[in-house]
Write a protein that binds this ligand. Sequence first.
Ligand SMILES: Cc1ncc(COP(=O)(O)O)c(C=O)c1O
Length: 453
Amino acid sequence: MAPATDCRFPASPVFYRSLTKRFPKIVCGEGCWIFDDKGKRYLDASGGAFTVNIGHGVREIADAIGHQAGRIAYVNGTAFTSEPTEELAQELVELNPEGLGYSYFLGSGSEAVEAALKLARQYWVETGKPGKHKIISQNPGYHGNTLLALSTSARGHYKKLFEPWLVRVPLIPAPYPYRCPCNGKAACPVCSGSILEKVIEEEGAGTVAAFIAEPIGGSSTGASVPRPDYYRRVREICDRHEVLLIDDEVLTGAGRTGKWVGIEHFGVVPDIMVLGKGLSGGYVPLSAVVTSERIIGPLAKGSGKLLHAQTFSHTPTSCAAGLAAVRYIKKHSLVAMAAKTGKALQRHLSVLRSLHGVGDVRGIGMLHAVEFVADAKKKTPHPRELKFAETFVEFAQDNGLVVWPNVGHADGVNGDLVMIAPPFTITEEEIRQLVSLFENALDKTLDHLAEKS
Ligand SMILES: Cc1ncc(COP(=O)(O)O)c(C=O)c1O
């Protein structure tokens, strides 16, 4: 039987991510553009879900995947290693912050976050501190959708239904300057990071295993950049209370913020780091838990391994894709390009700040956000029932522009923003097109919602 031509539920047998809309069928991509089967093209201004860092259609990556798959289908990580796995880990030693010399490869960001949290717990058990099991994270914040990763994520609308299955994770407010009532005051416990110490003390340092955070806000706080000394303060607090610092670089890593990893902006080395998304340029699912000898040494002398097991860990073909992507990034100096082009992107996007309905435009490198508000002076979010971000994204897609929405960040329910995070290779002319398509989608959204009200 031929595949369904109407790509929506229930006409197609695919169990789609949305059961209420029709999906354009994408057939290929080139650079920042993707093309559907009707010949329509879309400017991929979010790199899919912040994954396509090096652009679509890069032959070297496709060739590396084909070559490796042609050599061996699969070997299991409990029994064997492979050339691409060894070589990718070696490349990462040179790129990652000093001392983070060991990489454990997995598929998705959620899987790697789960494994990183387990590693933190196991480290404390094997170093004689079995009371340390709690994880502290930030609100808003996102670390994935498997149950422990979801427990650490402050995303009420994702968690509500599964609440009985989730573990309690104490939260500190994330640094979110646009919505912080402190107006930049140096003493602000949230913006300075000192609030972490209060929560560790309340919970009892002897029970806290780790603090997990995104170094620069992903879609949860819309590319909010903490103060330059935020992570130095966090690092000191973690050290003083023997709490491991887990740096979630799933979204910000692989050059996205103009440095190889976001935490480099703060001059701090975490205990455990998690990479994902752009590590393979988006060509295959690939993530990594990265850590130091100090953390895995006690496991080596004790139980002998991380108590975690997944069929597709350390997979040769995935690692071959990652290796090719990392070498491509190095060969074409794409991290430096993300920093440089990021400045041009910021300059062009700043014109959106004066538009009706826009509250803030912010970001760093190739990670930016536009936050929508009902009242710019008071920063009042739109009521959730309006579905502002979702409506905007639909009009944008109709226009041929792909951006990434997030909602609920203002107060847990209300709040609308979209993320702009194109491949690092976007040209200035394409950035101009992006801004023009954005303005057009915003006009259509405002007109549509005005008509409805
Ligand atoms: C910061 C962060 N951590 C973890 C994840 C989970 O990654 P995945 O969706 O690949 O499971 C995401 C996904 O968006 C993320 O942005």
